[in-house]
Structure formats: C-alpha cells, structure tokens
Write a protein that binds this ligand. Structure first.
Ligand code: 5GP
Ligand code: ZN
Length: 113
C-alpha cells in the first residue's frame, strides 16, 4: 500500500488536479484523458478493486457512484456520461487502487470492449 500510486495522489504526495473530495472519496482528472471530461473517483481507503469493495459491510460502492453523479452534474454533463470500473487482468485494470472512470463531454463510442 505504501507505494500505491493513487494512495500517494490522495495523500497529496503526488500532484493531481482534484475536482471533488469528501470523507470517503477523492476525485481527480485522468492524466491521459480519453474524453473531454475524464475523471477518476477513488475511495480514500486503499482497496484493490470493486470486488474487494463489494465484500465490505458498508455501502462505499454506493457512495462512490453517488459522488460520480454529483461530479457529472458539476461538470455540466447533462447530456449524458459513462461510468466504468476496470477490474483485474481481463478488465485491463492498470492501477490496483479502486477507481471509477467518469467520461463525458462528447458522444462516446458505442463500443465498450
Ligand atoms: P485503469 O487502467 O486502472 O482502469 O485506469 C488507470 C487510469 O489512471 C488510466 O486512465 C491512467 O491514465 C490514469 N493514471 C495513471 N497514472 C496517473 C497519474 O499519475 N495521475 C493521474 N491523474 N492519472 C493517472
Ligand atoms: Zn492505494
């Protein structure tokens, strides 16, 4: 966990463009955006992915989704947006700290795989 990239971003050790923060989550702009708006919503607590998150007793997964919708509204994505979380090898997850991608600001591709 000590060398987790997103833990370090959340701790402020590595700079990021923060767009939102609450007691449970931290959201920042993706360094390599794939849409005009591309934001990552991550829990402040380290967990590997949505599978690990879903094993919890609390509703952190729901809180992250609610934060994502709040951010989408604040970003003016009233025309629509996409939420994605890549999970594991087949999901092409490249950073092993749970994050939800929020993408929008244009008509997105119909293909998702
Ligand atoms: P994944 O492939 O795990 O679903 O998504 C990881 C995302 O993190 C990628 O979209 C990638 O561009 C983004 N990313 C990787 N390193 C950094 C970084 O240092 N800062 C920011 N803001 N985003 C990063
Ligand atoms: Zn982490």
């Amino acid at each position: 966990m000590g060398d987790c990239l997103f833990c370090r971003i959340i701790a402020g050790e590595i700079p990021s463009q923060k767009v939102y923060e609450d007691e449970k989550c931290y959201a920042f702009r993706d360094i390599n955006p794939q849409a005009p708006v591309h934001i990552l919503i991550a829990p402040k607590e380290h967990m590997r992915n949505i599978t690990e998150c879903a094993e919890r007793e609390d509703d952190l997964a729901g809180s992250l989704m609610k934060a994502a919708v709040k951010i989408a509204k604040a970003e003016g994505l009233e025309n629509g947006f996409r939420l994605v979380t890549n999970n594991g090898q087949d999901g092409c997850q490249s950073v092993d700290h749970l994050h939800i991608h929020l993408m929008g600001g244009k008509k997105l591709s119909e293909r998702m795989s």
